[in-house]
Design a protein around this ligand. Structure first.
Ligand code: UDP
Length: 443
């Protein structure tokens, strides 16, 4: 590193799937000699004691924990967050500028205030994207699909391929539950208002080559695919907002190899009681051991698992374990896990690919339907799940036992092998990281 002293100001959004990659990135950049300041909202704040070498600056956001984001309130939540954090962030950068360090702002795309403040103060900014790169062409084309009258999608078109987005079908497009106006507002928040100096993308070159090329062509700035960040550099401790129930690891230790279905629908999704009950019956009837994460409050109208009928709870305990939050990466790396029933959030997808675990896909919103299509159709390491007890039972059997499951396991192992190469010395993600460090030093 040059004589000059460098301070990177990283701004993560208060969502689990965005905060964890940002902390991994910060840990990596610190290991390369950069000083790190993490500017974060008060809601879902990271624990500074885990990162004694970083400076943590809370930005007053006037949000309470009852304001937690959901798909329904995403636009309003992000606007409030950005409006409230902006003035404090500007004061922070002005203070740091007085210290005569070279400053680069690295921010989550949802924390767009950070990019606009950086520009205002004449500082370079880089965006970290924590969703799949394949989301970009979709978001880019949606306004055009509206103009051409192809959205909202008619029922008869749902199974058809969107020609410009092959292999995605109309049913894989995000925001199906939103109005046109809400869709355009959401895209406006997700897409950068102004081209940054570069993009860092938590993905891998071999997984999404075409989307990465399109992003580069569109913005004409460097794009660094450096994922999966959790495999590049471990953080000193868990990055979870919720406490991890580690007792599930000793439970997994007692299960047969590749026998367990791990079920987790991420940190945001809220699920109807009816769907959750079908999930429970499907699991109970499948005859496979299962580990099911049910986040408190994630089943609409219930604090935790009160929606389960008494008899079903007893039946489920014979073969299964339900926890409130799991050490997911450790669970997926456990030899007893044979399948991951997931909502296909991008972090969960990357974590499954990294451990070679085939997936049962139950996507809800945002990029999840896109990721699910890639998992099942392009990478061929998973099946789409239709949430009905009989269908679930069948899907679990398809993935965990039987010939089709063997083929998916084989595909998943191949992908895991490629991920290992990408994150190893001279692999594509490591090369991208080297280029990123050089790029920052050139700013
Ligand atoms: N996660 C976890 N324990 C759980 C459930 C989820 O640690 O019990 C983590 C998971 O490993 C992933 C993140 O929460 O890193 C969820 O991010 P993702 O992008 O998959 O979905 P989102 O929560 O954003 O919908």
């Amino acid at each position: 590193m040059a004589e000059q002293s460098w301070r990177l100001v990283l701004t993560a959004s208060p969502l689990q799937g965005h905060m964890s990659p940002m902390l991994h990135l910060a840990t990596f950049l610190h290991s390369k000699g950069f000083s790190i300041t993490i500017a974060h909202s008060e809601l879902n704040r990271p624990d500074p004691s885990n990162y004694p070498a970083f400076t943590f600056i809370p930005l007053p956001d006037n949000l309470s924990s009852s304001n937690t984001p959901s798909f329904a309130n995403a636009v309003q939540f992000m606007q409030t967050l950005n409006d409230n954090c902006r003035p404090h962030f500007q004061e922070l950068l002005v203070q740091i500028q007085k210290q005569k360090e070279s400053i680069v702002v690295i921010h989550d795309n949802l924390m767009y205030f950070a990019g606009s403040v950086a520009t205002h103060l004449g500082l370079p900014s880089i965006i970290l994207r924590t969703s799949s790169a394949s989301t970009f062409p979709v978001l880019k084309i949606i306004p055009q699909l509206h103009q051409q009258g192809r959205l909202p999608v008619q029922d008869c078109m749902l199974q058809e391929i969107v020609t410009e987005l092959d292999p995605l079908r109309y049913k894989d497009l995000p925001f199906s539950g939103l109005t046109v106006q809400q869709t355009l507002e959401t895209i406006n928040i997700i897409m950068p208002k102004k081209t940054p100096s570069a993009f860092i993308w938590n993905t891998l070159e071999f997984l999404e080559p075409s989307a990465l090329t399109q992003i580069h062509h569109h913005y004409q700035v460097p794009v660094f695919p450096i994922g999966p960040l959790h495999k590049i550099i471990p953080t000193p401790s868990s990055t979870s907002f919720l406490e991890e129930d580690t007792s599930c690891i000793s439970w997994l230790d007692k299960q047969a190899p590749k026998s367990v279905v791990y079920v987790s629908l991420g940190s945001i999704a809220n699920i109807d009681e009816k769907i959750s009950t079908e999930m429970a019956w499907g699991l109970a009837n499948s005859n496979q051991p299962f580990l099911w994460v049910i986040r408190p409050g994630s089943v609409k109208g219930f604090e935790w698992i009160e929606f389960l009928p008494e008899g079903l709870v007893t039946e489920m305990k014979v073969r299964g374990l339900i926890v409130k939050w799991a050490p997911q990466k450790e669970v997926l790396a456990h030899s007893a896990v044979g399948g991951f029933w997931s909502h296909c959030g991008w972090n969960s997808t990357l974590e499954s690919l990294s451990e070679g675990v085939p997936m049962l896909c139950q996507p809800f919103e945002l990029d999840q339907k896109i990721n699910s299509r890639y998992v099942c159709f392009v990478w061929k390491m998973g099946v789409e799940i239709f949430v009905e007890r009989g269908e679930i039972e069948g899907a679990i059997r398809r993935v965990l036992v039987g010939k089709e499951g063997e083929e998916m396991k084989q595909k998943a192992k191949e992908i895991q092998g490629k991920v290992k190469v990408a994150v190893s010395h001279r692999g594509s993600s490591q090369n991208s990281l080297k280029k990123l460090v050089d790029f920052i030093l050139s700013l």
